[in-house]
Design a binder for this molecule. Sequence first.
Ligand code: UD1
Ligand code: CA
Length: 461
Amino acid sequence: MANRNLKVIILAAGKGTRMKSELPKVLFQVAGKPMVDYVIDTAESLDPEEIVVIIGSGAELLRNHLKNRNVSFVVQAEQLGTGHAVMQAEECFSDFDGKILILCGDMPLVKKDTIEKFIAKSTDQKVSFISVKVKDPKGYGRVLRSANGSLISIKEEKDASETEKKLDEINTGIYLVDAKILKERLKDISNENAQKEYYLTDIVKKGAEIYLADDETEFIGINDRKALSEASKNIYKEINNSLMLNGVTIIDPSFTYIGGDVKIAKDVTIYPNTYISGKTVIGSDTIIYPGCRIIDSIIEEDCEIKDNSLIENSFVGARSSVGPMAHLRPESRLMGENKIGNFVETKKITFGIGSKASHLTYLGDAEIGSNVNVGCGTITCNYDGISKHKTVIGDDVFVGSDVQFVAPIKIGNGALIAAGSTITKDVPEDSLAITRADQKNIEGFVKKWKEKKLKSKNGEK
Ligand code: UD1
Ligand code: CA
């Protein structure tokens, strides 16, 4: 049941000039996830009546990115400031009796708990906002208080005097305002300031309650790529800390990058320079060696993912070993107890229990049974230049080294494929298939050949 007293407005229309990019700022990824998604997740967790996202710069990209989320859009065609942005949404709250929570799309680290506490503390106030004391206030709006501690105003960096710039309490840009009061106060906003913008901060001029938060790391406003990397670092650190406290060994957390939606069981060990993202799940006792990247994949228990392997949208069954330097492309399904070794690439395959491809192999568009041994240098030739075709290999097949399967092709259970064969016809069960030319030995050839070469080099006939 939605909270009928609350609507959320998320400001996400700004150009993000300081990012120096074509991409709208709020779509930049923080720890592997676009920053606006964090803010929407937080808004959703409050279960409000409506979430309104103000879009402008890169509006179509944002609309498309958010098309499956339960939000409404308001377009701010010209970005004339944060106050102007909220004015565009007036229709959404002019007849509304409850509270409006205003969040910024460029502040992804704010915790749900903090917002909940802020709302609980502010329900009896008409206008409140969150402030926080920071080590480096540069770039933020400063909170000016009178001697008795009550609010005078918020001063933007560009309008602040040298003394005001020294103040370390900043405006986080998070407000809770009575819908009716918001409508009135928006009328007071002018653009008479250094940036000629309509500042939302003007809504506090006629008085507001300040909620002083305590952890400045939550309130990084991401304006440039330095702040972007700092925010990512903070999130990764937090995720790693929580994983370690839940029984995951992370050899060096400052060089380990795990996304917020990844699930990792206890007694997993993760070496440095590893990126694990998306909806990845990793089972207990699995070891991820250095330099691996794992995206949207399931790795079951007791696996070893060896150095520098890339696994995308795949399934690795229990007790398997992958890598070093292996590439599981999307829809690779290793059913368990498998070995995928050095320089092996797979794509859209099922690989039955206990099957192995230990070296230098490409397996694509294939259904491979259990206990199959795929020799070094095997290739499924799945593409004829126009369409893709399937290779089907039964159980207990032994594939010698350097074999090409020209798909579509079927190999029966228990077959033996001789090394160096190019297989173009189906192979029945338990049969040997061999396509290479017979070997011929010419005795004494090398000696005679060398003598002839030497003579011709010395000009003799
Ligand atoms: C704003 C606040 C500042 C506060 C800081 C916290 C104002 C005037 N200043 O400054 O007091 O300390 O946030 O991070 O509000 N946006 C629009 N339309 C616009 C302009 C901005 O939607 O016309 C959006 C941006 O996309 C962004 C958010 O509003 O998500 C904040 O805008 P930004 O320009 O980053 O404001 P700051 O200068 O950081
Ligand atoms: Ca900002």
